[in-house]
Design a protein around this ligand. Structure first.
Ligand code: SAM
Length: 304
């Protein structure tokens, strides 16, 4: 299999060995790496059992609480319980991206800055009952879907808003936990069989990296001392991942990237701070990137 220039470029940037590069290219071309999961909503009682057969996920100790992975061939969105909002359907990769929340104490206040259609908010709410959560989405049409999903799943103490990140920064309000599931080039969509022209090209990657840095520069202003940001994307390129985080760590004093022992097997070798990349070859969906950042209590003591 001859890789295209764009495919080669990505594999080189990821530092993949030839065999791993071939596996990634094959997955991007096959488009069959999607793997559905469901996360139970607050409407589902503690002893709720999904009405479909579920896979054994003991090989994924990082799986967040109240998440089930249907067996291949099951269609969880076809059941009445889905329509009733007892669970929300997403990709296993999304669940992987939120695994780092295991290391974050229940926040008194939280903001999902890029929230639609609501997957990361649902995963957070499955881990700890939101105390005062804001699900924010700048795109009005997507915000409508977000609101519907939140209402359908009965999330308590959750409001929906539509401010830009710079508007949040100007507001001066601070949160214990911020989710930044950033808009990105979406290279993993290829592995789900979704066409995404240009997503491997420098132009799309650079444009997204610039936007992500802007979002993160605003996000860091909205977090309390000792609070966290969970940054994630569904793309592979280091410019939209490791380099966004290293830019923030270099530029903004008082922030550190936090080790996530649950994700040790996925640790990126492309950064000298802890951050994690899931690839389709891992078998947990189309893949993604995540990094947990903490605002230190005492900025003077921060070393970089
Ligand atoms: C990856 S999606 C979020 C997915 C969502 N967190 C989930 O798990 O369901 C990124 C979102 O960021 C929004 N977005 C686009 N540009 C943005 C910007 N400049 N600032 C903040 N959000 C933006 C998009 O409309 C999109 O809904």
């Amino acid at each position: 299999m001859e890789a295209s220039k764009a495919e080669q470029r990505l594999c080189t940037r990821l530092g993949l060995e030839p065999a791993a590069a071939e596996r990634l290219v094959a997955a991007m071309r096959a488009g069959s790496s999607s793997r559905s999961a469901v996360v139970l909503s607050p409407k589902a009682p503690a002893d709720y059992e999904p009405p479909f057969a579920c896979a054994d996920m003991s090989a994924a100790p990082w799986l967040p609480p109240r998440v089930y992975v249907p067996e291949a061939g099951e269609r969880p969105a076809q059941y009445a319980d889905y329509e009733a909002g007892l669970y929300y359907v997403l990709d296993v990769s999304s669940c992987w991206e939120s695994a780092a929340l295991a290391h974050v104490p229940p926040p008194a206040s939280s903001l999902d800055l890029c929230a639609a259609p609501g997957g990361k908010t649902m995963l957070m709410a499955a881990r700890y009952v939101p105390q005062a959560h804001t699900a924010n989405e700048v795109n009005a049409a997507r915000r409508g879907i977000l609101r519907q999903n939140i209402e359908k799943c009965g999330l308590p103490n959750t409001e929906v808003s539509g401010l830009r990140p710079d508007q949040w920064a100007a507001e001066g309000k601070q949160f214990d936990l911020m989710l930044v599931d950033a808009p990105c080039s979406g290279q993993s969509l290829l592995c789900k069989g979704i066409k995404n022209p240009g997503c491997l090209g420098a132009q799309m990657v650079n444009g997204n990296a610039k936007r992500q840095k802007g979002i993160m520069l605003a996000a860091v202003q909205c977090v309390t001392a000792g609070g966290h940001i969970l940054y994630s994307t569904c793309t592979y390129d280091p410019d939209e991942n490791e380099k966004v985080i290293s830019y923030i760590l270099r530029r903004v004093p008082g922030w550190v990237a936090v080790e996530v022992p649950l994700l040790a097997a996925f640790r990126s070798g492309l950064a000298d701070f802890p951050c994690y990349r899931l690839l389709p070859e891992h078998g947990f969906g189309a893949g993604g990137f995540c990094c947990l950042l903490k605002k230190t209590e005492n900025i003077e003591q921060t070393t970089k």
